[in-house]
Write a protein that binds this ligand. Structure first.
Ligand code: SAH
Length: 491
């Protein structure tokens, strides 16, 4: 080990920062977060620091000396940072601090440092410091970024609650072994999930209840805190439209801790592959006209699995509450008293539109945007046509491929011009994405000859014509060049 990692208490202690540029500003911000008092020594200050100094001066946290560095500035300092662009000054600071045995850091010069500053993940009171010992600060930062995505933002609050309940837990369980097991299951179970989901009141009530339940005979009972785990729960998670990079941090985390995943056809294989390896996988289907599992059976399945004590990940394409029947599933769960949480996902409209370069609203072309389902009922599409056929509005149609001819006909019959731009996006956001651009008049025919593969999304409105200018993502698909040209041809 090249360095000893320690965490320093600098609350209300004097720290000296030599330098007044942007680098110094970043270090100062960090020192202030740790509660330090700061003296800045620098003939000049950059704009950012100038403002910061003035904001902090009133609160007595910062003293500014508009002068060159002198050894006497080190008086009372418990820590020094040199962040000037002048290597002679930096060396002078380092040597003076060395003589007085004050820890010193010279930015970007490990040779002059007696301590180095790590990249940090801040979930106060939990702190993670990552250092490469100066070998590769970029690598340390990349690692930090990975940790940031893995560790829920609410970890700090979780730790704070643990501190709040610590004494009471100690009183309840006198044996350290029992206590440890209690905390282990609490910090990984529904209590933690409630805190992460922002349901703090419910979390605290749950912990209170648990303390009472567990305490009743728990000291004698062999199973101790194990009963905490006997409660299953359901995570209703939106997996986004296909590209795994569009998953939320929370979705990713819950995917790692599920015991069983119940997933739809729309969940891409790449995403399914990211679910915890040893989680059981149950396909709940839903293909057009051949539902693998009726909705009622899915609802019952979720209830049964949760009652068995499983952490059930109900993974759905896009957003669970947009044409996803998520509402029905949680209705059943809540009527059965099963705890659940819903994690929103990027819905197909947002995903497919962004990747196709079609802004759903635009100051000049569309002030409103409606999402409708074009699902056929008895061979026709039952929609509020006058409401849809309004000017300056974008219409996004989910499940609309079969009904496309009816849709276009009806919109024209209700006043939209035949030349109104319209697009259909196949497998949006995936590497198989294809975009066909036409108009209300031409799109149905274009689609027939294109052999599209579901899922597909239809977008109607003036904004569609921006596609050519704004598309930034035109993935290489299995199309031949000729087909691609035809795909992009406007009517
Ligand atoms: N809950 C989902 C929608 C489920 S309905 C969401 O929020 O996105 C299923 C319909 O969504 C499909 O018929 C199709 O119209 C649309 N869809 C879902 N993913 C899509 C994708 N990657 N590309 C295009 N359309 C998609």
């Amino acid at each position: 080990m090249d360095f000893l990692p320690i965490f320093l208490d600098i609350k209300n202690r004097n720290c000296l920062v030599v330098g007044g540029g942007e680098v110094a500003a970043r270090k100062i911000a960090l020192l202030l977060r740790a509660g330090a008092r700061i003296t800045i020594v620098s003939p000049q200050l950059c704009n950012e620091l100038h403002e910061q100094v003035h904001a902090q001066l009133q609160q007595d946290r910062i003293t500014y000396r508009a002068e060159a560095f002198h050894d006497h500035h080190l008086q009372d300092a418990v820590l020094v940072i040199a962040a000037t662009s002048d290597s002679i000054v930096n060396r002078k600071v380092s040597e003076a601090a060395g003589r007085l045995h004050i820890p010193v850091n010279v930015v970007d010069n490990p040779g002059l440092c007696s301590f180095i500053m790590p990249a940090i993940v801040d979930r106060t009171p939990i702190l993670i410091a990552v250092s490469s010992g100066g070998a590769s600060p970029v690598l340390a930062r990349l690692l930090r970024a990975r940790l940031e995505t893995l560790i829920p933002a609410a970890y700090g609050r979780l730790a704070a609650y643990a501190a709040e309940f610590r004494e009471r837990v100690k009183l309840r369980f006198s044996r350290p072994e029992k206590r440890r097991r209690f905390w282990e299951s609490v910090l990984q179970g529904p209590f933690a999930e409630m805190v992460f989901a922002g349901k703090d009141q419910a979390a605290k009530a749950y912990l209170e209840r648990l303390l009472v339940d567990e305490a009743e005979g728990a000291e004698g009972a062999a199973q101790g805190a194990v009963s905490v785990k006997e409660q299953g729960e359901v995570y209703l998670v939106g997996a986004g439209p296909g590209d795994p990079e569009l998953l939320t941090f929370r979705a990713m985390r819950l995917m790692q801790q599920a015991d069983v995943v119940v997933y739809d056809r729309l969940v891409s294989p790449e995403i399914l592959d990211m679910v915890r390896r040893d989680a059981a996988r149950i396909y709940a289907g839903k293909e057009r006209s051949k539902h693998v599992m009726p909705q009622e059976s899915i609802n019952e399945l979720l209830v049964r699995l949760a009652k068995e004590g499983k952490r059930v990940l109900r993974l759905k394409g896009g957003d669970p509450f947009i044409f996803g029947r998520g509402g029905e599933e949680i209705e059943t769960l809540s009527s059965q008293g099963i705890s659940f949480q819903v994690v929103p996902g990027i819905t197909a409209a947002s995903g497919a539109a962004s990747y196709a370069g079609i802004p759903l609203t635009h100051r000049d072309y569309a002030q409103s945007c409606v999402f409708v389902t074009g699902h056929l009922k008895d061979g026709s599409v039952d929609l509020d046509w006058p409401m849809l056929a309004r000017p300056k509005q974008t219409i996004v149609v989910y499940m609309g491929l079969l009904g496309l001819p009816v849709l276009c006909r009806q919109l024209m019959a209700h006043g939209l011009p035949p030349a109104m731009p319209a697009a259909i996006v196949q497998q949006g956001t995936t590497h198989k994405q294809r975009v066909l651009i036409g108009s209300l008049e031409t799109l149905p025919d274009l689609t027939v000859s294109a052999n599209l593969v579901p899922p597909t999304l239809i977008i109607v409105g003036e904004v569609v014509k921006l596609h050519q200018r704004l598309a930034w993502f035109e993935p290489e698909s299995d199309l031949h060049a000729g087909e691609r040209d035809q795909d992009s041809a406007h009517s």
